[in-house]
Design a protein around this ligand. Structure first.
Ligand SMILES: O=C(O)CCC(=O)N[C@@H](CCC(=O)O)C(=O)O
Ligand SMILES: [Zn+2]
Length: 336
């Protein structure tokens, strides 16, 4: 296998490759751009016009998605997977991946859409670099742009695999992309309704990509991901990469559950208390009237929405950040 196919090994060792560009037997060009960043370009005659950004390891302890990208890259480097799409592989936070931690000092996925400019440190620099790498990758005109930012969650989930679809004023969510996600094994999609500071929101909002955060199961260390079944997504990604994806129709979404954000729970102070059991699963339902959280100055978060569910509850986040998302069922009536 070509040495550049071992991007994960290089990243874990903190090494630069001796050769920055290599060609597979199929004439696919692999180019190392920076730590954890590799561009794959098919021969011009085979290029189908899709630019695909695949990122994982934005959170360093979410290893199943990193292993998935590693397998795809190995297959490309061996010539077993023959890309027709141009691809950018990104391992988001190399330092945190090496430490097996979600982040070192700051959560990289709270530093996009310019937020990195308001702070300092290696993770702010990395968020800035990731924005630059994505912007440069998505700078070619007249091509389709797709970004999947792959994650696993801190806790178990009543709905194991789901996507978060960013929001931008005046832009409609695509039914076709939802059908594609359904075919890739996603069981639910959370349709965002306001701007955000996560990576997929940056590429959706600023770079005009179709972008998604994908949650694939529960976060575990390297080599312990048997419980995370990514086979449907992996097959779909192989097909997207090779340009052999079966056509998706935008008619039925085949049972895909849609949700929208009712409220983001923001932690304002050290007095913040979340009234949920530590082992509560994502998508757990909360009754109307339930006091979900309390914070400084007698602030109380009381459930008012019927059918409300909680995802990503986390009272340990820094003050000012999201400590959970309250979601409600949504319909497909506003899709493009
Ligand atoms: O399990 C958790 O609490 C967090 C899992 C995770 O990392 N999720 C992403 C979602 C990004 C988005 O909102 O699109 C995150 O919190 O960064
Ligand atoms: Zn994550």
């Amino acid at each position: 296998m070509l040495a550049l196919g071992k991007l994960l090994e290089l990243t874990l060792a903190g090494r630069e490759p001796a050769e920055k560009t290599q060609l597979t037997v199929e004439g696919v060009r692999m180019r190392w751009l920076s730590e954890g960043a590799l561009e794959v370009r098919p021969p011009e005659a085979r290029d189908n016009g899709l630019d695909l950004l695949l990122s994982a390891g934005i959170h360093g302890n979410e290893t199943a998605p990193i292993e998935l990208l590693d397998r795809l890259l190995h297959d490309i480097a061996r010539g077993d997977l023959k890309p027709r799409a141009r691809i950018l592989f990104l391992f988001g936070n190399p330092e945190a991946i090496r430490k097996g931690e979600r982040f070192v000092e700051q959560d990289v996925n709270r530093l996009f859409n310019g937020r990195h400019e308001q702070t300092s440190g290696s993770e702010a620099l990395r968020a800035c670099e990731l924005e630059r790498l994505a912007a440069s990758f998505f700078s070619l005109p007249d091509r389709s742009r797709l970004h999947y930012d792959l994650h696993t969650a801190i806790r178990g989930s009543k709905i194991e695999q789901f996507a978060l679809y960013p929001w931008k004023e005046g832009r409609q969510h695509s039914r076709l992309e939802l059908a594609r996600l359904r075919a890739a094994g996603m069981e639910a999609v959370l349709l965002q309704n306001k701007p955000s500071i996560v990576f997929s929101s940056y590429t959706y909002d600023k770079l005009a990509a179709e972008s998604f955060t994908l949650e694939l199961g529960k976060a575990r260390p390297f080599g312990q991901n048997d419980g995370v079944n990514v086979s449907l997504l992996e097959t779909r990604l192989q097909q997207i990469i090779e340009g052999t994806e079966p056509a998706v129709t935008d008619e039925g979404l085949d049972g895909l559950q849609l949700f929208s954000v009712a409220r983001e729970i923001i932690k304002h102070s050290d007095s913040f208390r979340l009234n949920l059991p530590a082992d509560i699963e994502n998508f757990s339902e909360l009754d109307v009237g339930y006091v979900l959280a309390e914070d400084i100055a007698q602030t109380r978060w009381i459930i008012e929405e019927k059918g409300a569910r909680i995802i990503f509850p986390n009272p340990k986040v820094k003050n000012g950040l999201r400590a959970g998302i309250l979601i409600v069922p949504a319909t497909d009536e506003n899709l493009a």
